[in-house]
Structures are given as structure tokens and as C-alpha cells.
Write a protein that binds this ligand. Structure first.
Ligand code: TRP
Ligand code: SF4
Length: 324
């Protein structure tokens, strides 16, 4: 089974990426042939007006991948924009993709509605899922591990793939969605953890930074005073406990919160060392690998070469069936 997934380079990664995506990639790289790539062209679909940060973001993200244990000996780690064949296949797929398929994509509709600080009425943004389809099928990947938010894109990828195969003959396997179970994890303000909300705990945050972020973290708003009872099920701190704490501690916190037996600060202090402990080996590994100059470039160059060979081969087949 060939597995492929990508991430847009948003810079430093946070706990949401780690628990929601990277842990799954780590498991998969021991079981299957994996391709993981930096989707820098996809980053430009929304950041086209601000490309200055892109190189830094690529580097930071790739360093985080390596620090958590994505292993270039096991997985092919590469950069989307280095493999120009993705763009060629994207162009050819755009010939056969009806615009209404793209316009009814729920992710597209939602973003067009919600994002007000930039103009997303661009051809590139509408065609995002076509590029994503090219990314996947150019490697004839069978499975794509993604979170539920990406499911509509993958559905569209299958439809485009079926249409290609129908028009020109069986060329690509239909990529299956490998839905990643993501534990509920929110940012320090109770919203989804995101760099842009300024509520994220980054993999590279030092212990004192983590403490400074968690101590004032939002809790159940009903607990105004120490004597108010709370409901852990709606508290972002409790979601952290569910990920990090032992069953005993979870039980203790659950009861203590509901009976006002423990305070929120005490509760937070149970989980802070657990997060610090989990990140310690990751940060040590990062400190180690950055000693090798050009590590990210070397890893990507090697991956680009492997990925490029496969993509070139696929495009030869594609050109043939299209009489090009
Ligand atoms: N759209 C994905 C995201 O935002 C990134 C991505 C681009 C991707 N191409 C892909 C994921 C191909 C899986 C397969 O997270
Ligand atoms: Fe949240 Fe813990 Fe406070 Fe309850 S005691 S509201 S779980 S921080």
C-alpha cells in the first residue's frame, strides 16, 4: 500500500498538528511505503499576497517533522514545488473537471463565506482540490491519511480520478481516505488551536513558555470563583488531561472539578509537566539535527529525486493516453 499526505507550510507546528496528524504519520511510516510532502504551492492559494515567509515556513515545518521522528530513511519527504510534474498534471486535470464540482465543495463555500481579510475569489483557490488530486495520483497513492476537514477534497479527488480513467482508460487507482481519529484539543482561548489565533502551544516551546501559556488558559467559564463547581466536559484543560494524564488523574480532576474540590490552577499544574515531558525528546532531537548544516535541504533534495522519478514516469503514461 502506498500512502501519501501533505501539509501546507505554516511554520512551526503545534500540539494540534502533533496529535492530529504527525503521530499518525509516524505509525504509518512503519507499516507502509510513505510519501510526505510540503505543499508550498497550496500555501500560495491563500498567502499569494505574502510569499516572503514561505522559505522559513518550509524549513521550520520540515525540522518539526524530522524532530518528531519522520524518518527520511523510511519515508520519502519532499517539496511539492520541486516536482513540476504536479503542475502539468494539475493543468491536464483542470481540462476535465467541471467547475460546479469545485464550486459545491463545502470547504470552498465555507472559506469564501468566512475569510474576509483576503480575496479568495481566485482561480487557484477554486482549483485547490485539482492540485491536491494531482499531488496524490501522480504517485498512484492508494491511501491518503487526513483529518475529517479534508474529506470533501478527497471525495472530489476520487471523482476526478474516475473521470480521468473513464475518458482515457484505467490509469490511476482511486485514492482512499484514511480518516485520522483526532483527539479533541483546543487552543488556550478555547478556540481551535491555530497559529493565527495566537492560542497554540508549539512543539518548540520551552518549559517556561508552556507554563506561561497554560496557567492563564481558558477553563469552564462557570468557575468564576474557586468555590464554584465546574463541568470538565466543556473545559479545554480537561481535553489536555484526556490526552496526557493517567486514568487516575483524569478521575481525580473530573470529580474535583464537579465538586469544586480542586482549583483550576492546581488542575492545570497536573498537566503542564506531562506536556513538557512529551516535548523534551522532540526538542532534544531538534537541537541535535540543526547542528547538521543544510539538513532540511539535504533531506528534501533526496526525497525530491525519488519522488521526481515516479512523477516523471507517471506523466509519460499520462501524455501517452492523451496523445501528447
Ligand atoms: N490540503 C491539505 C491540507 O491543507 C494539504 C494537501 C495538499 C494534501 N495536497 C495534499 C493532503 C495531498 C493530502 C494529500 O492539510
Ligand atoms: Fe477545567 Fe480543571 Fe478548572 Fe475543571 S478544574 S474547569 S477541568 S481547569
Amino acid at each position: 500500500m502506498r500512502v501519501l499526505s501533505g501539509m501546507r507550510p505554516s511554520g512551526k507546528l503545534h500540539l494540534g498538528h502533533y496529535h492530529g496528524v504527525l503521530k499518525n504519520w509516524l505509525k504509518l511510516q512503519n507499516e507502509s511505503e510513505c510519501f510526505f510532502f510540503v505543499a508550498d504551492w497550496h500555501a500560495l492559494t491563500t498567502e499569494y499576497n505574502n510569499p516572503s515567509a514561505i522559505q522559513d515556513n518550509i524549513k521550520e515545518m520540515a525540522l518539526d517533522w524530522l524532530s518528531v521522528g519522520i524518518d527520511p530513511e523510511k519515508s520519502t519527504v519532499f517539496l511539492q514545488s520541486a516536482i513540476k510534474e504536479h503542475a502539468e498534471l494539475h493543468l491536464l486535470l483542470s481540462m476535465i473537471t467541471p467547475i460546479p464540482w469545485l464550486e459545491r465543495n463545502p470547504t470552498y463555500k465555507e472559506q469564501i463565506e468566512e475569510v474576509k481579510d483576503k480575496d479568495l475569489h481566485t482561480y487557484g483557490f477554486l482549483g485547490y482540490p485539482i492540485l491536491q488530486t494531482a499531488d496524490i495520483i501522480i504517485y498512484k497513492a492508494n491511501a491518503v491519511p487526513v483529518g475529517i476537514d479534508q474529506a470533501p477534497h478527497l471525495e472530489l479527488s476520487r471523482e476526478i480520478t474516475r473521470r480521468f480513467n473513464f475518458l482515457y482508460g484505467e490509469t490511476f487507482p482511486e485514492p482512499q481516505t484514511l480518516l485520522t481519529e483526532t483527539p479533541k484539543l483546543l487552543g488556550t482561548d478555547g478556540r481551535k488551536m491555530s497559529k493565527s489565533y495566537n492560542n497554540a502551544i508549539f512543539l518548540s516551546d520551552a518549559p517556561d513558555v508552556i507554563e506561561k501559556k497554560i496557567l492563564p488558559m481558558m477553563t469552564d467559564p462557570a468557575r468564576q470563583r474557586r468555590t464554584d463547581a465546574g463541568n470538565p466536559e466543556i473545559c479545554p484543560v480537561f481535553f489536555l488531561h484526556k490526552i496526557y494524564s493517567s486514568a487516575d488523574v483524569i478521575q481525580k480532576v473530573d470529580e474535583g472539578c464537579r465538586t469544586a474540590g480542586i482549583g483550576c490552577i492546581e488542575c492545570k499544574k497536573f498537566v503542564i509537566p506531562k506536556i513538557i515531558e512529551e516535548l523534551k525528546p522532540i526538542q532534544e532531537k531538534r537541537a541535535e539535527i540543526v547542528k547538521t548544516p543544510d539538513i532540511v535541504n539535504d533531506v528534501l533534495n533526496k526525497g525530491n529525486e525519488k519522488a521526481g522519478k515516479i512523477a516523471q514516469k507517471t506523466m509519460e503514461d499520462v501524455r501517452k493516453v492523451l496523445n501528447l
